[in-house]
Ligand binder design. Structure first.
Ligand code: CA
Length: 534
């Protein structure tokens, strides 16, 4: 009797568990028992995805032409739980924590830390075997550009997510190579009979002339010789540090030509850069608002053409696509050195799509995701599609050349058309696709061309720091060091530019960086670099 009871209790518990489970994971599709899948399927099936989209896009992603075409080509209907980008992360986390796992999350937006946690908790599955067996398009990308294979592989050797790869130029010619590009007021230079500065001394003289000689001709000293937004990526002025050594970039990380990782903010040249800016500051050549202003304040003065020199990714966003401002090249410093410091930015995001452990149709799901990596499809995933009768199109499709061509925007904001019509999820656009599969977006082509002429010949560094997939332990350590160390670096730079004293305080500053963990930071970054490069 006792035994029977036990059996009954156990089966009851198992049954409860199963019910609980199936209730909890009822957002994932049933097992369709499909193998040797080819598209389109003879009988339509449904997969359940969580995704995000812009508030400008249709609330139901299946209203987008690009998804309608995919459904037709595959015979797979995607049942979406779609959240707008602003609340996506919170909703995604709630869904995953509740155990109501979808089949997959598309445009997942996961950080490395989150990916590794989900993998550890068994909420997402490793996908390297799926790539090998079922994903010829992605496999081809990884063969043609093998650096991405090491970048998507976790320290434990597994791949847990499908990446987003958008190349615009490669190597030094990568569009991200310089983000805080300097734009100088050409009208003012012409008006005052000045030449484009080529040294730091010449720049100082030009800025003084902007300040004192009323180049806008209104009788008032209302010109702002130089402005920037402190520590704000593309709007920061760290470009100027290149005249004094290794220079600086947004993550203070460069790699020497023999593969040594270096923190730029602990180099003597960095101190010289700070001293140069302090000199400009004392001469009142720097915008008094540079250390506090937000984007909108920066923008409004820019639109009024009050800047002599300012920094941003693309002048079109601040002073417009006109001839008033020119890209200023790198300046020779006091030692005659010219150097453009490369950033470590690239068009790459590791955690763009994951498959949940509730997914019972792995082959089908992998083959569907692989469609997104077809070159022609990838271009549309990223930027939007063609032939939509209800909506402005970003492309036209040349059937004979099998090529997508960017259409004129007619004043529309490219970002808005993209957000209304694209997918954004996992995809790969390699540089070699341009001219074959698609044309380049006009704004990117224009910027790349300028960088190639003005900046790239002066990039002395052969290496950049790659997008390393660190372990959970390394990420914990790096983030705890960086929280304090980078805040200290930022604070001292601002202080020294405003008040001087960089020389007097330099020794104490270096000691404090070590106390905050600089040496351990270098060790972790170096080992990440070495294993990614091997
Ligand atoms: Ca004036």
């Amino acid at each position: 009797m006792k035994n029977v009871m036990k059996v009954v209790t156990t089966s009851f518990a198992v049954a409860m568990l199963l019910t609980g489970c199936s209730e909890k994971s009822n957002t994932a599709a049933q097992d369709y028992k499909l193998s040797n899948v080819t598209f389109p399927l003879k009988e339509k099936v449904t997969l359940h995805f969580i995704t995000q989209s812009s508030p400008l896009a249709p609330a139901d992603p299946n209203k987008k032409l690009i998804y309608q075409r995919l459904e037709k080509e595959t015979g797979v209907k995607i049942d979406f739980k779609n959240y707008t980008s602003d609340s996506f992360k919170e909703k995604r986390n709630l869904a995953m924590a509740s155990g109501e796992l979808p089949d997959a999350i598309l445009d997942a937006g996961y950080s490395d830390y989150e990916l590794l946690k989900l993998a550890k908790d068994g909420a997402i599955v490793p996908v390297e075997d799926l790539i090998e067996k079922y994903m010829p398009n992605l496999k081809k990308v990884l063969q043609e550009a093998p650096e991405y294979k090491s970048m998507i592989t976790a320290p434990d050797g597994h791949i847990y997510s499908f990446p987003w790869i958008e190349e615009l130029g490669t190597g030094k010619e990568r569009i991200q190579s310089v983000d805080d590009t300097p734009w100088i007021n050409k009208e003012w230079l012409n008006k005052l009979g000045l030449k484009m500065p080529t040294t730091t001394d010449e720049l100082e003289k030009v800025l003084i002339a902007f300040k004192t000689k009323d180049p806008n001709g209104n009788g008032k000293a209302d010109e702002i010789p130089m402005s920037f937004v402190n520590n704000h990526g593309g709007e920061d002025m760290s470009f100027l540090f290149g005249s004094f050594g290794l220079g600086d970039n947004g993550d203070h990380t460069v790699v020497s030509n023999d593969g040594k990782v270096i923190n730029t903010a602990a180099q003597d040249g960095y101190k010289e850069g700070v001293k140069f800016l302090n000199k400009l500051y004392k001469e009142k050549l720097i915008d008094v608002e540079a250390f506090q202003q937000d984007w909108n304040t920066y923008l409004s003065k820019g639109k009024d053409n009050r800047y002599g020199l300012y920094f941003t990714w693309d002048k079109a966003n601040i002073t417009g696509m006109n001839d008033k401002y020119d890209l200023m090249g790198p300046l020779a410093g006091p030692n005659g050195q010219v150097n453009v410091t490369r950033t470590n930015g690239m068009g790459f995001d590791r955690g763009r799509m994951v498959i949940s452990s509730a997914n019972k149709n792995l082959e089908l799901t992998a083959k569907w995701i692989d469609k997104l990596y077809d070159p022609l499809q990838s271009v549309q995933d990223n930027w939007g599609t063609y032939g939509d009768k209800n909506q402005q199109n970003i492309f036209e499709y040349d059937e004979s050349k099998k090529m997508l061509k960017h259409l004129p925007l007619d004043g529309a904001a490219p970002v808005e058309i993209r957000q209304k019509t694209n997918i954004g999820g996992p995809l790969a656009i390699l540089d070699e696709y341009y001219g074959k599969v698609t044309t380049k977006p006009d704004d990117a082509a224009w910027r790349l061309d300028l960088l190639k002429k003005v900046m790239m010949p002066h990039m002395t560094a052969e290496n950049t720091y790659p997008n390393v997939f660190f372990s959970l332990q390394e990420l914990d350590k790096l983030s705890s060091i960086e929280t304090n160390m980078n805040a200290y670096i930022d604070r001292k730079r601002a202080e020294w530019i405003a008040n001087g004293k960089a020389d007097q305080e330099w020794g104490a500053y270096l000691k404090e960086l070590d106390r905050l963990g600089l040496q351990e930071w270098l060790k972790i970054k170096q080992s990440g670099y070495d294993r990614t490069k091997k």
